[in-house]
Design a protein around this ligand. Structure first.
Ligand code: DP6
Length: 376
């Protein structure tokens, strides 16, 4: 029975995608750049199965059956089948059979971490393998139809999504593999927040209709930033990488507030984390850590391995947690020995508040999707 199980990574943008020039084809207004995170700590895992015994189309996400009529799901499935019809090697019966899809994330969805990129990258990668498609660029283009940012999760390391003007040139390309900058680390601070934010899809659609700042961002800021970010990554210039990452996150959230009515994703804790990062970098005399925030309150911090213990020591002081057992609180790569603040540092860095984080995930850049199990 043809069945494939794959995993695909989450990616976190350092130059944000926000706004489409074509909603139907998911062609973005601007280029974006992201870092793909290791599937060891954050990933979607998807199994797709098809044969004459499967009695109906079914999709189960994190244990819950969802509608198979979802237009984006239909779009990616049709795109895969259309492409597969052109391949001689595909068993033609497969086009008639129903498909069973089961997908789960290895991180709690309640965490509010962007999961659509990993989810669609994984689904399309698995379907492509089921139907024998091999070309990664083609897989990425089809993933884009599921969720724009998913096209970047098809590649590992540092990835640019070139906006283009049509499906043929709106493509993601790898700028450098994860091994290019091996000491980069990522800390995801999962903020306690029950509120459900406006989805990226509808938030960005509102911004396109109403934000003048978005227009300015796309025309005057992003093109220069993309070039500067590419050079920061290729030359492994962390100071420049950090500066551009924070500025771009801030501008993206400014666009959200310039949207009418405004969409607000960062909360007070997110803003306090951003202020802490600036205070910390000023104290250390250089950009040792950079924040970026997506369409939610969680902070994603980029830093180098040598600074993880120091930064986590300060985070423990400004965001103490005494409710959660330390093992459940510290996820991903084991934490190094934490820096102990001296009395003057304790007095200078004012605590933001207790128990404001759900947990912290410590991870690193990683590779693209991979097959775990395949039966033919
Ligand atoms: C803030 O890819 O989720 O994470 O294309 O409508 O599915 P759709 O949107 P989506 O938007 C992601 C927005 C972002 C920035 C980014 O990842 O670049």
């Amino acid at each position: 029975m043809p069945s494939v199980t794959c995993v695909a990574p989450v990616n976190i943008a350092v130059i944000k995608y926000w706004g489409k020039k074509n909603e139907e084809l998911i062609i973005p207004l601007n280029d974006s750049i992201s870092v793909t995170l290791s599937t060891d700590h954050l990933c979607a895992k998807t199994t797709v199965t098809t044969n004459s015994d499967v009695k109906r189309n079914q999709i189960v996400l994190n244990g819950k059956e969802e509608s198979f009529d979802n237009p984006r799901l239909q779009k990616v499935l049709n795109a895969i089948k259309d492409r597969a019809r052109q391949c001689e090697s595909v068993n033609k019966d497969m086009f008639e059979w129903f498909i069973n899809i089961s997908s789960e994330n290895n991180f709690p969805t309640a965490a509010g971490l962007a999961s659509s990129a990993a989810g669609y990258a994984c689904l399309v990668f698995a379907l492509a393998k089921l139907f024998n498609l091999k070309d990664e660029e083609e897989i990425s283009s089809i993933a884009r139809l599921g969720s724009g940012s998913a096209c970047r999760s098809v590649f590992g390391g540092f990835v640019q999504w070139k906006a283009g003007v049509s499906p043929a040139d709106s493509v993601a390309v790898q700028l450098a593999p994860a091994s290019h900058w091996p000491d980069i680390r990522i800390l995801i601070l999962v903020v306690n927040d029950q509120k459900k934010a406006t989805s990226s899809t509808s938030g960005m659609s509102d911004s396109v209709k109403t934000s003048d700042l978005l227009n300015y961002r796309v025309k005057s800021c992003v093109p220069k930033r993309v070039e500067a970010m590419k050079s920061a990554i290729l030359s492994k210039n962390f100071d420049k990488f950090a500066n551009l990452t924070m500025r771009d996150s801030n501008q993206f959230h400014a666009v959200c507030l310039d949207t009418f009515p405004p969409c607000k994703y960062m909360n007070d804790v997110s803003h306090s984390i951003s202020a802490f990062v600036h205070q910390y970098n000023t104290y250390r005399g250089e950009n040792e850590v950079a924040y970026t925030f997506d369409a939610g309150p969680n902070a994603c911090l980029y830093l180098r391995q040598e600074h993880v213990g120091d930064v986590l020591g300060f985070i423990k002081h400004v965001l103490p947690n005494n409710l959660i057992d330390p093992v459940a609180y510290a996820k991903g790569i084991p934490f190094p020995k934490l820096y102990q603040l001296n009395e003057s540092e304790k007095a200078t860095f004012k605590p933001i508040g207790s128990n404001l984080l759900k947990y912290i995930i410590h991870t690193e850049p990683g590779n693209g999707p991979k097959i775990l199990v395949r039966t033919v």
